[in-house]
Design a protein around this ligand. Structure first.
Ligand code: C5P
Length: 222
């Protein structure tokens, strides 16, 4: 039995990729497996939290004691998150597609008779974690930053731009870590007395990393 240090806390977590339809048979998406978000949901529930997991399409079982809401697109994910609020802790772990098709074709898109390419018109998706963090009654907001270069600079920018309380930065260019794998390493970044503070978490299974992230989080929750 783990410590019940999240007993009675309401937690909303996004996980997995989003899937943005182009036509009835095609979509834009990414390689997110959902493992990190699901590990966090399982760890929060084991520590006594009331967890809503808003999940994109993944091949994972719902962790015990977790209320799961399945969505496809970023817009659906935002609507499901807003319906699950208020909460005390929001963790945006999903790999949300930055863009969606400007219009979804009603019928299957056909290729032209010639060999020329085609141009898709895309529009920006809403930023879910930034939308939650901008609310007046806001939960403690945690974001993730998957970077391939200048990890701490980019993650620090996201921390301020999205008005997050904590960002979990991970280097997805390291072989065997991050996207799709069972292991991950991360640096936690947060702001304290006008300075950005950091704590490095070594490579470990995502389940152990979820516990390490929560151990840090529980000390900082209001
Ligand atoms: O800007 P970037 O996509 O790298 O930021 C990653 C963080 O922002 C993650 O926490 C992710 O879940 C969140 N995000 C979001 N909505 C988006 C894009 C990213 O919630 N449209």
């Amino acid at each position: 039995i783990s410590t019940q240090d999240l007993a009675g806390r309401r937690v909303v977590i996004t996980a997995g990729p989003t899937r943005e339809a182009l036509d009835p048979v095609r979509y834009l998406s990414n390689h997110s497996s959902g493992k990190m978000g699901y590990a966090l949901a399982a760890a929060c529930a084991a520590r006594g939290a009331q967890v809503t997991l808003v999940s994109g399409p993944v091949a994972l079982a719902t962790p015990p004691g977790v209320a799961r809401v399945d969505v496809l697109s970023a817009c659906e994910m935002l609507a499901a998150v807003e319906a699950a609020l208020p909460c005390e802790l929001f963790i945006g772990c999903a790999a949300v597609a930055d863009y969606r098709a400007a219009s979804v074709a009603e019928h299957k898109l056909k290729k032209g008779d010639d060999t020329s390419g085609m141009t898709l018109e895309l529009v920006r998706n809403p930023d879910i974690v930034a939308t939650v963090a901008a609310r007046s009654e806001r939960p403690f907001c945690v974001g993730f930053a998957a970077e391939t270069q200048a990890l701490e600079t980019h993650a620090g920018d996201k921390l301020s731009r999205k008005r997050l309380d904590l960002i979990v930065a991970n280097d997805v260019s390291q072989a065997g870590l991050g996207f799709g794998s069972d292991d991950n390493a991360a640096t936690l970044l947060w702001r304290e007395a006008d300075a950005v503070r950091r704590q490095a978490l070594p490579p470990q299974p995502k389940t152990a990393l979820a516990t390490a992230i929560l151990d840090h989080l529980v000390t900082r929750l209001p």
